[in-house]
Design a protein around this ligand. Structure first.
Ligand code: E4P
Length: 217
């Protein structure tokens, strides 16, 4: 399972990329709003770092014509930089997915809260679908079950659309998503660091250094 960074914080993008931890970067309007910089300035910086994987950017329009116009504009500016256009899983979004994908645009259908939304998105031409695992948990549903149900349906139907589990909150989510064969999980930098860090490993390394002091020099 590939790991993507869910952030537009340039220092974190660089750190995660340099660690070899990530194969792509996802953003959404909330993530962009945290950085206090213009959208396209951030996209330019992220795509400069993430040179060998996709960078996801979301449209703001909520009717299909606006989504198509924004999606085409971003695509024309960034298609050589491996951009993926995120479209929300609403009926108007499906129209946009159909039109954009027919024009060769790589599309991710985002804000997916049910398996049938994912099925419709795949049928409309989405390259990726993004179930919101953590936000499902937040409302008392089981986000991991949603990801597993989409995996089961896509496998049963031979659907090649990739599942990118989003709204991932902790390392247990990541391990469970990997076991069920989800293609990608996107997560904040904090979760990547939680995965990369283990106090027992740190203690053992510290012990090796202390013992090395006893070796005659
Ligand atoms: C993907 O880019 C999603 O928008 C994102 O993972 C949502 O995460 P959140 O629920 O932590 O806001």
């Amino acid at each position: 399972m590939k790991i993507f960074l869910d952030s537009a914080h340039i220092e974190d993008v660089k750190k995660a990329y340099d660690m070899g931890a990530i194969s792509g970067v996802t953003t959404n309007p909330t993530i962009i709003s945290r950085e206090g910089e213009k959208f396209e300035d951030l996209l330019n910086q992220i795509t400069e770092i993430m040179t060998d994987g996709p960078v996801f950017a979301e449209v703001l329009a909520i009717e299909s014509e606006g989504m198509i116009a924004e999606g085409m504009d971003l695509w024309n500016k960034y298609k050589d930089k491996n951009i993926v256009i995120k479209i929300p899983a609403i009926p108007e979004g499906l129209k946009a997915v159909k039109a954009l994908s027919a024009n060769g645009v790589r599309v991710c259908v985002t804000v997916v809260y049910s398996a049938v939304q994912a099925l419709l998105a795949a049928n409309a031409g989405a390259m990726y679908v993004a179930p919101f695992v953590g936000r499902m948990d937040d409302i008392g549903e089981n986000g991991l079950n949603l990801a597993a149900e989409i995996r089961e349906i896509f496998d049963a139907q031979g659907i090649e659309t990739q599942i990118i589990a989003a709204s991932v909150r902790h390392p247990v989510h990541v391990a469970e998503l990997a076991k069920m064969g989800v293609d990608i999980a996107t997560m904040p930098f904090k979760v990547i660091m939680q995965m990369a860090t283990n106090p027992n490993t740190a203690r053992a390394v510290d012990g090796f250094l202390k013992d090395w002091e006893k070796v005659p020099k």
